[in-house]
Design a protein around this ligand. Structure first.
Ligand SMILES: C[S@@+](CC[C@H](N)C(=O)[O-])C[C@H]1O[C@@H](n2cnc3c(N)ncnc32)[C@H](O)[C@@H]1O
Length: 432
């Protein structure tokens, strides 16, 4: 089987079986020994088609009646070929002949001719298909392949139309890989030197302390020895800022609760800020995810974390009241800020989901509040941008909890900060 057939198979899995694209991509990369060129191509095409699904459908609809109603193999073959024509520099004759071969194998000569005709027309018209601009929401939704309700949400955040479009575009672009330096085992200078020796250029993050930003794309495999040794972890700058804002102390008496902790990125970061002193209780609702926290802690040489299976919406029934000095609530959320890495989010979330998630977030923050000592710090964070899951949660919490005040509130965006979309609010519980 050639690489395009693997791409097609993977895309059908995501489309038909509703499998997560990152899991499917990992499965294929682990299972088959693709060349490094094929690995890059496979990842690019699978993620590319999912990322640009709506736009590709729009283009195809000019030539095929109801493209999304075609057989799974046929529509995905046309989608991936159209993606290649529009977004990659592969010679057009190669795209057409490969697609025709696959179509003949899967559906016989007639399907081969059909695919040939459609792709030739797409190549002929490339760049001439205009997206109507009379309705800005529909326009952005088609151009950047986002649901219309998402654009409506984003309109509430970016009142400037140029910035709104910049943000939408940024959700389709790759972000640089950021490494959090594990200061329990090394220093930023040492890690940077090691990377330089490996031919990997890395600069200091402009806004978080213990992180370097890689200047060019590097396959994670290259970094594997450093990751295995626990010298660093792959972590987005927005995510790193969360623990910096919580600022746990390296003090044997410091008690920290991480209410939604798996896979442990922020818990282990807090541990290094605490220099392995004090205690972090890292909870998650899913038992199987506790192992992820424990394994990461082990690899990083973290020894002050205990992982516990707990449903945070009932945390106040489990822990002693006012026990913790610091609490991190990195809440489950719609994830609209991490679409760049997880394009499936574009298609598997609805506006109704947002209200449902917000209800859980409210329960979580109310539970967290009861466990915090006077003068304690509570950080609420999400990797999403909707107001409902961020400012609205904090506003309603503050309305009902007059002992708390808002100290800091930050929003981060890919187009402004070169990192995922993040929201971070730092709340202080006043002294008695
Ligand atoms: C945004 S992720 C946390 C990421 C983590 N803080 C990190 O930095 O690696 C949210 C986590 O919350 C967990 N979760 C969802 N609902 C929960 C609940 N009711 N109680 C505790 N954990 C929950 C999910 O399993 C998921 O692992």
């Amino acid at each position: 089987m050639n690489i395009r057939s693997y791409c097609l198979e993977a895309l059908i899995k995501v489309d038909k079986d509703k499998a997560f694209s990152n899991l499917v991509v990992k499965e294929y990369l682990d299972k088959y020994s693709f060349s490094s060129e094929d690995k890059g191509y496979f990842t690019n095409v699978v993620y590319g088609v999912i990322t640009h699904k709506k736009y590709l459908n729009f283009l195809l609809s000019k030539y095929v009646k109801r493209p999304h109603k075609q057989q799974y193999w046929l529509k995905n073959l046309l989608m991936m070929s159209t993606y290649e024509i529009y977004f990659l520099s592969t010679p057009h004759f190669a795209i057409t002949s490969e697609a025709v071969n696959i179509a003949k194998k899967r559906g016989g000569g007639a399907k081969g001719s059909f695919v040939n005709g459609v792709l030739r027309s797409i190549i002929r018209d490339k760049g001439k298909v205009i997206i109507p601009t009379d309705d800005n929401i529909k326009y952005l939704s088609l151009k950047y392949s986002l649901e219309e309700w998402m654009i409506e949400e984003f309109e509430g955040i970016f009142t400037d139309s140029t910035e709104l479009e910049e943000f939408c575009a940024s959700l389709n672009n790759k972000l640089p890989l950021t490494l959090r330096v594990n200061t329990l085992k090394t220093t930023k200078e040492e890690l940077t030197q090691t990377l330089t020796k490996m031919g990997v250029e890395a600069n200091d993050s402009p806004f978080v302390k213990d992180a370097v930003v890689l200047q060019k794309h590097v396959p994670v495999k290259t970094l594997k020895p450093l990751l295995d040794e626990g010298l660093c972890v792959v972590q987005d700058q927005g995510s790193i800022l969360v623990a910096e804002i919580l600022d746990p102390r390296p003090d044997p008496d410091e008690r920290v609760l991480d209410m939604c902790a798996a896979p442990g990125g922020k818990s282990t970061h807090m541990a290094q800020l605490m220099d392995n002193k004090g205690m972090i209780t890292s909870c998650d609702i899913h038992e199987h995810k506790l192992k992820l926290i424990e394994d990461l802690a082990l690899r990083l040489g973290v020894s002050n974390i205990e992982a516990k299976k707990i449903d945070g919406t009932h945390a106040q029934e489990i822990f002693e009241k006012e026990y913790f000095d610091k609490i991190l609530l990195d809440a489950p959320c719609s994830g609209l800020g991490v679409i760049t890495n997880k394009p499936d989010i574009k298609w598997n979330k609805s506006i109704e989901d947002i209200s449902e998630i917000a209800k859980i977030q409210k329960k979580l923050i109310n539970n967290a509040a009861t466990l915090l000592k006077p003068n304690g710090v509570l950080v609420y964070s999400t990797c999403t941008v909707t107001k409902q899951e961020n400012e609205d949660i904090i506003a309603s919490f503050l309305k009902e909890n007059d002992k708390f005040r808002l100290d800091t509130q930050r929003r981060l965006y890919p187009h402004r900060n070169n990192c995922h979309g993040f929201y971070i609010a730092k709340l202080i519980r006043e002294g008695e």
